[in-house]
Design a protein around this ligand. Sequence first.
Ligand code: FE
Length: 182
Amino acid sequence: MTDPRLAQIADLLELKADGQYGLHDINQRQHALQSAWLAERAGCPPALIAAALMHDIGHLVHGLGENPAAEGIDDEHEAVGNAYLTQWFGPEVTEPVRLHVSAKRYLCATESDYFGKLSPDSVLSLGLQGGPMSAEEVAAFRALPQAEAAVQLRRFDEEAKVKGLETPPVGHFMPYVAACIR
Ligand code: FE
């Protein structure tokens, strides 16, 4: 019998993820699948593939609509997603999710060309999220155990916005989720 927790996650991704992703011509499910697929092909551990698949699950459970940033709202989806995922997953999954927005602010502060690579919706939300990190924030972020995983996830996140890209389905990635649930 399927674990009801896994069924709930698969349902969110398969049935509740048709909303548009940011300002892009892809939906939340396509964005999640492209993120997970990038992580899988990069040879990441199961926890980071699972984190990539579920990193925006906060968008699917928060009920704030499709693109709150366009209305000037920081939906804090990384905190909502973290709260949801900490029910069942350890820090190797939840921390990269919780920190993926901070990782964008970190990369904007530490890589001179990163800001220029951001899509327009990432630029818009960056302002609402606090802009590039200060030097103190950079130091504090680097000290976090999952900082590197969060940065990796953030790079997949930014890449996973390709219109029309075919990926494996949700079911392909659920074994990674199953391997991490506890
Ligand atoms: Fe994302």
